[in-house]
Design a protein around this ligand. Structure first.
Ligand SMILES: *Cc1c(COP(=O)(O)O)cnc(C)c1O
Length: 351
């Protein structure tokens, strides 16, 4: 009987629905785009050697070592870097800091569904721009007055990517508004817009260590952009939670960037497995959208997507289906290990 204590806007709040994290351990989990490989083995030492005495102290609120590490890695300055507790939190601060404008912000009708959730949370007006029939982003539609632009590149859940020159043209055309590029999957084959942040003060890039660096559990994300954009984000962060990253997370993140060989090796494995899986799925009459990510967005020529999902689940394999207009015939399948994908294909052959 306590709903009477809720704030009024809470009644209309529609939260994000995360992919299921089942407790059953031997499932083949291809539903949340996690990396099938563990993070760099260097992290074992961090966990083993971390002095527990340090746990009584607050962590570095600025994550300075990590900022310096990212600055060096991406050949930028540390005042170009903002760190948050997962890119979801970074995105929340972006919406709060920059998108509360007179004009609506623009985003694709099919993209990361957290964007509209933040709009509802912060009472931000938005306008959805339809993707083209092939699921590519129709950039011409963004040439109109707006309070900002956001999209994922590569986009989710479609897997398609824009080129750097397309993004540059968009930045030029919209020099009066902030363009936010969410690069959660960029390491799996697309081009990063980080270099554009050095030439365009209206370009902000968001990345995460959850996908290509296998650290989803640690919640580490960052933004790269002009120092004044970063200052805006710091203002929101320091009005919300000054210590978004634990000391251990900060160390793990640095270790992930120091082991470039391991990173390249695992990303290459995922890409090769994706290529193999795509060919196998096409041989089974699936249409497969070309992917620059660690997942495939697929639709079967005759079988119903939700039914395929249920049959796979009965065989211990979980994939993601969005019952949303335009994409309800599609399944999003994360790329697992070779063995997991072989078992997926074998299961599909029995349907
Ligand atoms: C996974 C994902 C995120 C969230 O990443 P976290 O850093 O784990 O919060 C953000 N954007 C897109 C498009 C994603 O797929």
């Amino acid at each position: 009987m306590s709903r009477q204590y809720w704030s009024k806007p809470l009644f209309d709040l529609v939260p994000y629905t995360p992919g299921e994290q089942p407790k059953i351990v031997d499932l083949i989990k291809l539903n949340t785009n996690e990396n099938p490989y563990p993070p760099t083995p260097a992290i074992k030492h961090i966990l083993a050697e971390f002095p527990i005495d340090h746990l009584k102290r607050y962590p570095d609120p600025e994550s300075s070592d990590l900022k310096n590490c990212l600055a060096q890695y991406h050949n930028i300055n540390s005042d170009n870097v903002f760190i948050g507790n997962g890119s979801d939190e970074v995105l929340a601060h972006v919406f709060m800091a920059f998108f509360r404008q007179e004009n609506p912000i623009l985003m694709p009708d099919i993209s990361y569904s957290f964007y509209t959730v933040y709009c509802n949370l912060y009472d931000i007006k938005y306008q959805l721009q339809p993707l083209k029939d092939d699921f590519s982003i129709s950039l011409e539609d963004y040439a109109q007055p707006n309070g900002g632009i956001i999209f994922a590149n590569p986009n989710a859940p479609t897997g398609r990517a824009l080129s750097l020159s397309q993004i540059e043209a968009l930045l030029k055309r919209n020099s009066d508004s902030l363009v936010v590029v969410d690069e959660a999957y960029v390491d799996f084959g697309a081009q990063s817009a980080i270099e554009l942040t050095q030439r365009y003060d209206n370009c902000l890039v968001i990345q995460t260590l959850s996908k290509s660096r296998s650290l989803a559990a640690q919640r580490i994300g960052f933004a790269i952009g002009n120092p004044e954009l970063i200052e805006g984000l710091e203002r929101v962060k320091n009005s919300f939670n000054s210590y978004p990253l634990s000391s251990v997370s900060q160390k793990m993140a640095v270790a992930a960037y120091q082991d470039e060989n391991y990173f390249q090796e695992t990303v290459t494995k995922v890409i090769n497995t994706r290529t193999w899986t795509q060919a196998e799925l096409e041989a089974l009459d699936f249409e497969v959208i070309p992917s620059k990510t660690n997942f495939l967005f697929v639709s079967h020529k005759t079988l119903d997507a939700a039914k395929i999902m249920d049959s796979l689940r009965a065989k211990g394999i979980i994939v993601r289906h969005f019952s949303k207009p335009k994409i309800d015939k599609y399944l999003r399948i994360s790329i697992g290990t070779d063995d997991q994908m072989e078992r997926l294909i074998a299961a599909l052959k029995t349907l």
